[in-house]
Structures are given as structure tokens and as C-alpha cells.
Design a protein around this ligand. Structure first.
Ligand code: HEC
Length: 150
């Protein structure tokens, strides 16, 4: 079929109608997205969650190493511990701590509690004299959220 014959045919009408319908559906989806995703909504990809979790376990093993290494923590080690806690705090921000609502319900419900525990551990680790009691218990806060995983 030549191009001009195509445009005169019934097939072309069907194609045009199909394209118009598709455009309407796409526009409709865009509206629904706007309506259901408020500005502070973050869609967390499962692999983003997994990579942030992998980071957290790396940080936790670094903390364990320092705490297991010595009975007294030097001020250099103290600085490192506070730095690691800061990195964990940044992970909680990437996972939507605070006002942000995310697509991951378990994380959305529990990340703020975890962030609060991280901040207590940080405050105590920075104190003079420093105290690492809450830091030592932080792994329990990981478990507290993992309990809700399906
Ligand atoms: C607010 C909830 C929450 C907190 C807090 C949390 N996790 Fe997770 N974690 C999850 C969820 C949900 C998954 C499952 C992710 C997936 O596979 O979709 C997960 C998965 C993991 C995984 C992947 C392997 C596995 O067990 O499935 C590791 C490792 C992990 N978390 C480590 C940690 C560590 C270490 C901490 C604490 C420093 C922590 N997580 C704190 C929710 C949390």
C-alpha cells in the first residue's frame, strides 16, 4: 500500500484513533501520579533499599571493629565513631527519615525511630566524657525494624 493510499484507508482511521486514545491514557496517568504523589514523596527502588542496607552493615562492622579492638576508646577512635554515626544518619535521610513519605511501608513506619536511636548514640559518643552504651545497642535498633519485614 502506498502512503497516500494508507491515509485514505480505514486502517489509517483506526491508527489515528488508537494514537489519540493512547495519548489520553498517558495524559490521564500523569494526572494520577500528580494527584497521589505529594511533593515530599520518594519512590524507593528495591535495589536502592538493598544498597543502603549494605552500606549500613558495612558501617556497623566498622563500629564493631573499633569497639572490639580496645577496652578504652582513644579520642581518635571517638572521632571515627562519630563520623560513622554521621554516615548512618545520612543513610536514614536517603531512606526518607523526617517529613518525607516513601513507597516502602516498613521503612516509612520505622525509619524515624531508628534515626532517633542513631542520634542518641551520637550525642552520647560526643559527650564529655563520651559514653558508648547506646552505640553498643544500635544493632538492636536494626533488628527492631527487620522484625517487620515480610
Ligand atoms: C526502618 C527499617 C530498617 C532499619 C532501621 C534497618 N533495616 Fe535493614 N532492611 C530493612 C528492609 C525492609 C530490608 C529488606 C530490603 C529488601 O530486600 O527489599 C532490609 C534489608 C537489610 C539487609 C539485606 C540482607 C537481608 O537481611 O535481607 C541488610 C544487610 C540490612 N538490612 C542491614 C541493616 C543494618 C546493619 C541496619 C542497622 C544499622 C539496618 N539494616 C536497619 C529495613 C530496615
Amino acid at each position: 500500500m502506498s502512503i497516500s493510499a494508507f491515509f485514505r484507508s480505514r486502517a489509517s482511521v483506526r491508527v489515528v484513533l488508537a494514537l489519540m486514545a493512547a495519548a489520553t491514557i498517558v495524559a490521564g496517568c500523569a494526572e494520577i501520579r500528580k494527584a497521589t504523589y505529594p511533593q515530599d514523596f520518594v519512590y524507593l527502588e528495591p535495589r536502592q533499599v538493598r544498597s543502603q542496607m549494605a552500606l549500613m552493615s558495612l558501617y556497623m562492622s566498622q563500629i564493631d571493629e573499633i569497639l572490639a579492638d580496645s577496652s578504652t576508646i582513644s579520642s581518635e577512635q571517638q572521632t571515627r565513631l562519630v563520623g560513622i554515626l554521621n554516615s548512618i544518619d545520612e543513610v536514614t535521610n536517603r531512606l526518607g527519615a523526617g517529613e518525607v513519605q516513601t513507597s516502602h511501608l516498613v521503612i516509612d513506619d520505622h525509619i524515624d525511630d531508628f534515626k532517633a536511636d542513631v542520634n542518641v548514640a551520637m550525642r552520647e559518643a560526643r559527650a564529655d566524657p563520651p559514653n558508648y552504651y547506646s552505640l553498643g545497642k544500635l544493632a538492636g535498633s536494626c533488628v527492631a525494624c527487620h522484625r517487620y519485614r515480610r
